[in-house]
Design a protein around this ligand. Sequence first.
Ligand code: GDP
Ligand code: IMO
Ligand code: MG
Length: 430
Amino acid sequence: MPSTVIVGAQWGDEGKGKVVDLVSDDYDYVVRYGGGNNAGHTIVHNGQTLAMRLIPCGIMCKTITPVIGNGVVVDPHVLANELKTLHDDGISTDKLVISGNAHLIMPWHVALDGASEKRLGNKKVGTTKNGIGPCYQDKVARTGIRVQDLLDPDVFRDKVTSVLAIKNLVLDKIYGLPTYSVDEICDEYAPFADMMRPYVTSTEHLLSHAIRDGKKVLFEGAQATMLDVDHGTYPFVTSSSCTAGGACTGSGLGPTQIQKVCGVSKAYITRVGSGPFPTEQFGEDGDTLRSVGHEFGVVTGRPRRCGWFDAVVARYATEVNGLTDMAITKLDVLSAFDTIKVCVAYDIDGTRVEDFPTDSTQVNNPNLKPIYEELPGWKGVDISGCRKFEELPENAQKYIHFLEQQIGVPVSIIGCGPDHDQTILHGWNN
Ligand code: GDP
Ligand code: IMO
Ligand code: MG
């Protein structure tokens, strides 16, 4: 059962792309199991940066079969751009496969995402406005259009006709937005059918046969635990199951086929969009994390909200994902500080709380205060060249040990810089 899930353990952008790229050489398949082009996964090789939205980061490795699983929502416009960028860079996409059961993002999903956010005003989720939520809404409502539907022009036209009968009313009567004609959509999407046809297959069977044949599967999580539609800070979440359980439903493999689940956390924490964020820093510390860590969104360019590492969140991520390991990225960014804070518990109305509250009124309680422990830093020491744990300054080693003790699982990967090679493997094994 040699499959591994790489899953975000915070609010996204933890460096999942880098971790996947780092370990993927040892796997035969890399599978995206959820989300869509709301994701932005950055990989850096010898100073060259590539930001992937939809196609798994494993595409970089020639021996890997990258899989877009059934749990993903696919905007064919974005897929077309991503394929072109890869081809322009001389990267082959011949091995890419896409599940026929993945849902398609349609133009009205994007329009409704923006309109819904506008209507919510200061209660908005702060979505990426890529149509992710509306597309998953249709999937669950059983009115979605899937990749397999696109491949048959008659089926596609039929589905678009049924869907538009309702969507056009919503667009026009509720939001005052332009409507779509069936012909215009069929014309717009016809070239995408030709583009996608060579890639579409039953990825569910493919993966299950691969496992039967002793192949190794790596799951590339998108978004993160705290953005999960069930386990995250609802309603300030995305619309998919980003946690490790989603790797099963989003790919067609069962839980007994997964052996290892590695969470990814930054050595501090960030969030994009609205919603609770107990350790957020509004002053100088937040600004320093943002500027030193280059904390601006890959997808929207928005400045990320920044704060100290939250061990309450990390322990929660360990529970809901069944983590076996944690990767801690961006440790190098903390070289900017004299001392470093870690939130070890919350004080809620005078009570010490060590488990992340699943009651949103508690999470949003204005009296929730992080309880910090302050650790000595390694200010000014450049750790970007460290490749072994022992090469880290003593206080950085102590910091990692402290996190391990707080989280309850080993930290087996440590990021010391954005480049693929700027990493310490600390007991990682597949
Ligand atoms: P993802 O969505 O989880 O894949 O993460 P993003 O790519 O959105 O954001 C992570 C950012 O941090 C990217 O710009 C990465 O290149 C960068 N990064 C990843 N690991 C490290 C690290 O250890 N140190 C530094 N300085 N940057 C890193
Ligand atoms: P990766 O995979 C960070 C956030 C959005 C918003 C909320 C809902 O790169 O870590 P959506 O467009 O999904 O309906 O937005 O989720 N969000 C992310 N934040 N990283 C991501 O992906 C995200 N994907 C969605 O900012 O708050
Ligand atoms: Mg990202």
